[in-house]
Write a protein that binds this ligand. Structure first.
Ligand code: ADP
Ligand code: TZD
Ligand code: MG
Length: 584
């Protein structure tokens, strides 16, 4: 939009010296502030008081993607932030819309994804006296503990600085979610257009490089060099950092085997000779030096201790992270390297010289042997062409789809559907695998799929459990409406984990984990003009998904999975609490 289009020529009241003055208002200033900072897309659900904000944004040439539920718009914004390193913006109405978006904001913060939740809010005077305004809620207070920063703007002249603070807070240091509260009254506030323009702030260097101390680099190299059985763990922070080339060179030059966390898969191909993904248990147990690059020692890595990690005291940890408080969070880190991953890895590389010693051959050979053994064990399971399908045979088909289309983006949620897909589907390029992340949250599927298609223009394959799909399934209408190249494969095993459970009370109600058996999810997308397909064998599944990926048409494939094939909670059944009572 031209700047002139954001202002109006308004007649001044009688008696004023000038007869016209260029004016702008809160609506236009919010849009101008976002655009000035390179934000071109808004994910939203419209309504009072932000409908016109969305309309004006669209009129100004921004892409405004309108969802059916704010949680999905919020998840879309969050993953847009992960993919682009710019904060994804989600726009919602007050109280209930805000709360619907808040889960996504909290999830973004937990996952270190930069996003900004902008919510309209009710009148401060009424909210603070609790006089019962339309959708009354003290949103700022509620958002604060759930995100990295929260701000409210009361004056149009402060919109520029408010948006700038939100952007910087979201992307600098450890990225995260930011809440921006915009009361309804703000949007209508009028001010002089030139003063408005001057009030806008372009954020300079929003995520400044954080260079590690040279001594910290030398210390880390020293520990790594002495290792007999070194291992690098790549986390989604490494994927986010977009330091792909530096990381590849570092891994290859050091010769150290690497283990990618779920969303770091593809940073280097899973088929890379140094990839230890298929020997995970062995490397975690036996490594003597473990270098974490953008990965936290949280529950996903058993907190760096316990059985998974072998003998107590058998490990030394090196950790690269931008957040100093992350260091020593669970175990002692002997060589912390605090800074951004690009700068840290480059600093390490600079000191490595030309003759860095390769890790001992017995370690490399042991990993290779284990990897080959595990891959050989898995191979026949992936090739079975049976009906009904089990997880392995269905995922075997999808594995080929991604091998043949390494540019496609894979979105993945569910329990068995997630855990098995993570292990089976190889990734070949960075930031192509998007999933439930740190919380293991269900419901990211369609929001992530929409944003992945919008932000990258690449085809998207969403592989989702039938339960997981239900959390965001209505967005298949959004996918059809915006004609996005998204193929959703619902792994339909009639329920949560499996579809064969019975009501332990013996009553007429179904078990709490069981869904309507034989449901046809494919028919849902046909209601919106998309392509539906039912697949009962791996061959049928492969054909249907290939057709979808080639055509780019919104498609939903109902993949019929043996309802008895899954296990409780997928791979993390051990986290279910057990009763302390003795069984009679
Ligand atoms: P995973 O789940 O893949 O193990 P986590 O989300 O636990 O990954 O960890 C990601 C880590 O990466 C966080 O501790 C975060 O502070 C860090 N991080 C994110 N971006 C950067 C960056 N640009 N440079 C350094 N560290 C980063
Ligand atoms: N609610 C939210 C928001 N997140 C969750 N993780 C859960 C509930 C609990 N949950 C899981 O952890 S996995 C899952 C639920 C409900 C669904 C598993 O069933 P599915 O996958 O059909 O998606 P499989 O393939 O049948 O195991
Ligand atoms: Mg299921």
């Amino acid at each position: 939009m031209t700047e002139a289009a954001a202002t109006t020529k308004t007649a001044m009241p009688k008696g004023e010296a000038a007869d016209t003055q260029d004016l702008t208002d809160g609506f236009h200033l919010v849009i101008d502030a976002l655009k000035l900072n390179g934000i071109e897309t808004i994910y939203c659900v419209p309504g009072i008081p932000i409908t016109d904000l969305g309309r004006l944004a669209q009129a100004s040439g921004m892409r405004v993607i309108s969802f059916r539920h704010e949680q999905n718009a919020g998840n879309a914004a969050a993953i847009a932030g992960f993919l682009t390193k710019k904060p994804g913006v989600c726009l919602t109405v007050s109280a209930p819309g805000f709360l619907n978006g808040l889960t996504a904001l909290a999830n973004a913060t937990t996952n270190c994804f930069p996003m900004i939740l902008i919510s309209g809010s009710s009148e401060r005077e009424i909210v603070d006296l609790q006089q019962g305004d339309y959708e009354e809620m003290d949103q700022l207070a509620i958002a604060k503990p759930l995100c990295k920063a929260a701000y409210r703007v009361l004056n149009a002249a402060d919109i520029g600085i408010g948006v700038a603070r939100a952007i910087r807070a979201a992307v600098s240091g450890r990225p995260g979610g930011v809440y921006l509260d915009l009361p309804a009254k703000l949007f209508g506030q009028v001010m002089d257009a030139e003063a408005g323009r001057r009030s806008l702030v372009k954020v300079i260097d929003p995520a400044p490089a954080q260079i590690p101390a040279p001594a910290a680099g030398a210390r880390a190299r020293d520990v790594l060099k002495r290792a007999k059985r070194p291992l690098v763990i790549l986390g989604k922070g490494a994927a986010y950092a977009q330091a792909d080339e530096a990381i590849r060179v570092f891994i290859e030059k050091s010769g150290v085997p690497f283990l990618p966390m779920s969303m770091a898969k593809g940073l280097l191909p899973d088929t890379h000779p140094q990839c230890a993904g298929a020997a995970r248990s062995l490397v975690l147990k036996d490594a003597d030096v473990v270098m974490l690059i953008g990965a936290r020692l949280n529950w996903l890595l058993s907190h760096g201790k316990g059985k998974t990690w072998g003998e107590p005291g058998s490990k030394k940890f090196i950790q690269i992270d931008i957040e100093p408080k992350e260091i020593d969070s669970n175990v002692e880190i002997v060589a912390p390297l605090v800074g951004d991953i690009g700068s840290c890895v480059s600093a390490l590389l600079q000191g490595m010289g030309d003759k860095w010693p390769a890790p001992p051959a017995d370690w490399i050979d042991a990993i290779r042997a284990k990897r080959e053994e595990n891959i050989a064990k898995m191979a026949p399971k992936l090739m079975k062409n049976s009906a009904p399908m089990d997880f392995h045979s269905a995922l075997g088909a999808l594995r080929s789809v991604i091998r043949e289309r390494p540019d496609a983006i894979l979105v993945n949620e569910g329990a068995n559907t997630l855990d098995l897909a993570r292990g089976i589907i190889d990734m070949y390029k960075p930031r192509k695998r998007l999933d439930v992340g740190t919380w293991g949250v269900m419901g990211i599927g369609m929001g992530f799929a929409v944003a992945a298609a919008i932000e990258t223009g690449k085809p998207v394959l969403a592989v989702v459990g039938d339960s997981a799909f239900g959390f965001s399934g209505m967005e298949i209408e959004t996918i059809c409406r915006y004609k996005l190249p998204v193929c959703v494969v619902v792994f339909n095993n009639n329920g949560i984990y499996r579809g064969v459970d019975v009501n332990p009370g013996g009553g007429p109600d179904p078990a709490i984990t069981a869904f309507v058996p034989g449901a046809r999810y494919d028919r849902m997308i046909e209601a919106f003009g998309g392509v539906g397909a039912n697949a009962t064998t791996p061959d049928e599944l492969k054909r249907a998904v290939d057709a979808a990926m080639d055509s780019g048409k919104p498609t939903l494939v109902n993949a019929v999975i043996d309802p008895a094939a899954g296990s409780e909670s997928g791979r993390i059944g051990n986290l279910n609490p057990k009763s302390g009572l003795k069984k009679k």
